[in-house]
Design a protein around this ligand. Structure first.
Ligand code: UDP
Length: 330
C-alpha cells in the first residue's frame, strides 16, 4: 500500500513509517515540523513540509501521489496547553484534520487510520477501559480527538469512508535499534524526563503525587510500546477493504504500572540513579488508566510484543543513551 503518513516526523508517526517499510508498504510523509523531526524520517521516504490546513498543497499531493491509505498522527497533544489555548487545538487537531479528509475524499482516497486517545473517555467508572464505555473528555485535547471520531462515523455512513480509530494508552519506548525515539519539546512525559534526570541533563524528576489510592500511592498507567502501536495500524489494513468500515480499538497492554515502577525500571536498565522530588498532584491526572485491548487482539490478531515495563524501558534506554539530547545530538 502507498500510505500518506500525516505527522510522520513525530514520535509515533516516525516509528510507524519504519514499520510500514518493514512490512513492504510505501510511506509518504506530510509534516510541517512544528513538533516533528526531519531526522526521524528516512531519507528514502518522500517528505512534504506541508500544513494539514493547506488544502491547495494537500490537493497537489493527492493528485501527484497515488495514495491508498491515509494515517493521521499530526495532532498537538499537550493536555495542559489544550486547556489554556483551546483554539490552537481545535484549529490543528480538528479543522486541519477535516481539511485533510476533504482533500483525500475529493481524490477518491477512502481509507483512513486515526490516532485517538484514552483521554476521550474522561473519568471512567470502572477499569480496565473497554471501547463501548461512555466518552466524556475532561479537556480540549480529548474533545478534539472525540470530535474527529464523531465526524469519521458520519463520513463512513454518508460517504463510504472506511476508517479505524486507535485509542492509545501511554505510548512508550523506542525503535529496537535505538535509531529513533521519543523527543518532545517541551518534554512532559515521564519516561524521557526520568532518563534526562538520571543522565544529569534535566532537573530532578518531579513525582506528581504519592497519595493516590493505588498500591504505592503513585498513578497507574498502561505503557504500550510505540512499535506495537504501529503494528496495529498496519494489521487493520485488511479490514479497511470493507467500504464504510467504522472501527474503534483501544491499544494498551492492560498492565497497570505505577510511576515508581517506571523509575525503578529506568534505574535498573540504565544503572543510573533517578533523582526525584515529591510534589503535589498534577491537575487532571486520574489515579489509574489501563486498557482492555481484547477487541484489537481478537479482531486484528494484534498481540503486543512488549508486555511489561522493563523491556519497553530497555528500548527507550538504547535511544536516550545514544542521543541524550534527542535529535539535536548529531
Ligand atoms: N508524571 C510524573 N512526573 C512527571 C511527568 C509525569 O510524576 O514529570 C506522572 C504523571 O502524573 C502520570 C504518569 O507520570 O501519572 C504518566 O504521565 P505522562 O505525562 O508521561 O503521560 P499521561 O499519562 O499524562 O498521558
Amino acid at each position: 500500500m502507498k500510505v500518506l503518513v500525516a505527522g510522520g516526523a513525530g514520535y509515533i508517526g516516525s516509528h510507524c513509517v519504519r514499520q510500514l517499510i518493514a512490512a513492504g508498504h510505501k510511506p509518504v510523509v506530510v509534516d510541517n515540523l512544528s513538533y516533528g523531526h526531519k531526522a526521524a524520517v528516512p531519507d528514502t521516504v518522500p517528505f512534504h513540509d506541508v500544513n494539514l490546513g493547506d488544502s491547495v498543497a494537500l490537493d497537489r499531493i493527492f493528485k501527484n501521489e497515488q495514495i491508498d491509505v491515509v494515517m493521521h498522527f499530526a495532532a498537538f497533544a499537550y493536555v495542559g496547553e489544550s486547556v489554556t489555548k483551546p483554539l490552537k487545538y481545535y484549529i490543528n487537531n480538528t479543522s486541519a484534520t477535516y481539511t485533510l479528509l476533504d482533500s483525500m475524499l475529493k481524490h477518491g482516497v477512502k481509507k483512513f487510520v486515526f490516532s485517538s486517545t484514552c483521554a476521550t473517555y474522561g473519568i471512567v467508572k470502572s477499569l480496565p477501559i473497554v471501547e463501548d464505555m461512555p466518552q466524556a473528555p475532561i479537556n480540549p485535547y480529548g474533545q478534539t480527538k472525540l470530535d474527529v471520531e464523531i465526524a469519521l462515523k458520519a463520513l463512513a455512513y454518508g460517504q463510504g469512508l472506511s476508517f479505524a480509530t486507535f485509542r492509545y494508552f501511554n505510548a512508550a519506548g523506542a525503535a529496537e535499534d535505538g535509531s529513533i525515539g521519543e523527543d518532545h519539546n517541551p518534554e512532559t512525559h515521564l519516561i524521557p524526563l526520568a532518563f534526562g534526570a538520571a543522565q544529569g541533563l534535566r532537573p530532578a524528576l518531579q513525582i506528581f503525587g504519592d497519595d493516590y489510592p493505588t498500591p504505592d500511592g503513585t498513578c497507574l498507567r498502561d505503557y504500550v510500546h510505540v512499535d506495537d502501536l504501529s503494528r496495529a495500524h498496519i494489521a487493520v489494513f485488511e479490514k479497511l477493504e470493507q467500504p464504510g468500515a467504522a472501527l474503534f480499538y483501544n491499544l494498551g497492554t492492560g498492565q497497570p504500572t505505577s510511576v515508581r515502577e517506571v523509575i525503578t525500571a529506568v534505574e535498573k536498565v540504565s544503572g543510573l540513579k533517578v533523582p526525584v522530588n515529591y510534589t503535589t498532584r498534577r491537575e487532571g491526572d486520574p489515579p489509574a488508566l489501563y486498557a482492555n485491548s481484547t477487541k484489537a487482539q481478537t479482531e486484528l490478531g494484534w498481540k503486543p510484543k512488549y508486555l511489561s515495563i522493563e523491556p519497553i524501558i530497555e528500548t527507550a534506554w538504547r535511544w536516550h543513551e545514544r542521543k541524550p539530547k534527542g535529535y539535536q545530538d548529531r
